[in-house]
Design a protein around this ligand. Structure first.
Ligand code: UD1
Length: 443
């Protein structure tokens, strides 16, 4: 069985380059089919979710080349409008193909999407938006068939600023005649990145980053080349790892403004943190302290995806922190595993109360979902003794170089699986070549 071994209690030191954003790459890969031309996407992290998107593109008839961190999609050969259930179940983002296929072909046949089990994850807002654009939706026998001879621009008001529904509406609107305005749109940076890709293809889209997005549809689209933004959740995870284990790290290639709340939180917890350009420095030399209540919310609020790794870090140290999870019902499954390490966490409904403990001890644990898995890694890095983490399929969906990056930072971590990776604790050769953090004077 794939297992991660972590011998905790060693400070992290060094520089880490943050991967491209998973939640940007996936909708952008879906968007490549709109133009019927060739798109080149750079900074695509080698994740199983990216592989799943590419499998869908190939199934649809696109020619896809994935070399290093660049994916080239030629969608001129697209000749299908259906996605089989097995491919749909691989991840939640498969549902974003719905709007793109509909815009390109006038018909889409899919199944309900998979993804992490964080509680009920309906797609009613996606379907409502597509319905407003003129799609007829038939949901019999577990399959979803959408048809529209002619999508028409319209006004869409989302009752929740859903990331996926905003993306689906934007993509379908690119194929609709006239102007579509999406109100109460999600404001996440990944939505802005999707807009930038679409603009690169020649689409007329504006407003992303605010809660009103406008699309002037039915414009012929061209080939495009695009570099995906960095992964703020991956960045938050590495900051949490350093806060928990102690040490001093520098993140490179990040947009620090997107991590403002996370930086503020770790500052409040006793770390020294500074963002500058595309870098964030975090120094954790003393113990951590509890912080004021953390309430997850849509961007620019505290990201629900960062809650598990941040909660894990705050299990170590002094004082109490209250978490309120407002986005997903079932997003504390990692806490049961953290308790096995000696963490003091009480969960009641959407609230988790974490009382920091000076020491956590290594334990065998299973990743319950993607970010919950990252939380276990964070806690294991700060714990005494060895932890064994299974359920790595979840973690592989979102972290491309976790073992290598953490080894480079000096962690004692290795992975045992059939991918031929080291079967012993590695050394810091990578960190030594990456150099030490360029510590700002006023850190
Ligand atoms: C995206 C992210 C995910 C992140 C989440 C919230 C991707 C691939 N995934 O997921 O990592 O945790 O945003 O920031 O980008 N909802 C409905 N009906 C719908 C759609 C959503 O009720 O039709 C609800 C959801 O149950 C949830 C809330 O809206 O409570 C927000 O979900 P949404 O923003 O849609 O999340 P995802 O796009 O699935």
């Amino acid at each position: 069985m794939n297992t991660l071994y972590i011998s905790g209690g060693r400070p992290l030191e060094g520089v880490v380059h943050v991967q491209g954003a998973k939640n940007s790459v996936l909708p952008i890969l879906a968007a490549t089919i709109l133009s019927g031309r060739t798109s080149v996407i750079h900074n695509c992290p080698p994740l199983t979710d990216v592989a799943a998107s590419i499998a869908i593109l190939r199934h649809l008839g696109c020619r896809v080349c994935w070399e290093g961190e660049t994916v080239t999609v030629d969608s001129s050969t697209l000749d299908r409008c259906d996605i089989p259930e097995t491919l749909m179940r691989e991840m939640r983002s498969s549902v974003i193909f719905l709007g793109a296929i509909l815009a390109r072909t006038g018909e889409a046949r899919i199944y309900p999407p998979g993804g992490c089990e964080l509680g009920p994850r309906p797609i009613d807002l996606h379907l409502e938006a597509l319905g407003r654009l003129g799609a007829e939706i038939d949901q019999r026998s577990g399959r979803l068939c959408c048809r529209s001879k002619k999508l028409r621009g319209c006004q869409i008001s989302l009752t929740i600023p859903s990331v996926g529904a905003t993306e689906n509406a934007m993509l379908a609107a690119c194929g609709a005649r006239g102007r579509t305005t999406i109100y109460n749109a999600a404001r996440e940076p990944e939505i802005w990145d999707l807009q930038q890709f679409l603009r690169g293809c020649g689409a007329r889209v504006w407003g992303a980053g605010s809660s009103v997005i406008t699309v002037e549809g039915a414009i012929p689209l061209d080939h495009a080349e695009h570099k995906v933004i960095s992964d703020r959740i991956c960045g938050a995870t590495y900051l949490a790892a350093c806060a928990c284990a102690g040490g001093e790290i520098e993140l490179r290639g990040v947009e620090w403004e997107q991590l403002l709340l996370i930086c503020d939180l770790f500052r409040q917890a006793g770390c020294r943190v500074r963002g500058e350009g595309d870098r964030i420095f975090l120094s954790a030399r003393g113990g951590l302290k509890g912080v004021s209540p953390v309430r997850t919310a849509p961007y620019p609020g505290f990201p629900t995806d960062a809650q598990p790794p941040v909660l894990a870090a705050l299990c170590r140290g002094e004082g109490t922190t209250v978490f309120v999870e407002t986005m997903f019902e079932n997003r504390y499954r990692h806490t049961a595993e953290l308790v096995r390490m000696g963490a003091d966490i009480r969960v009641e409904g959407r609230v988790a109360v974490v009382c920091g403990r000076e020491r956590l001890r290594g334990a065998p644990m299973t990743a319950p979902d993607l970010r919950g898995g990252a939380a276990l890694v964070v806690a294991a890095l700060g714990a005494e003794g060895e932890s064994r983490i299974t359920g790595l399929d979840h973690i592989d969906r979102g972290y491309a170089r976790l073992t290598q990056d953490l080894t480079a930072l000096g962690a004692q971590i290795y992975r045992e699986d059939d991918r031929g990776e080291a079967k012993h604790y590695g050394n810091r050769t990578q960190a030594q070549t990456a150099g030490r953090p360029a510590r700002p004077e006023n850190l």
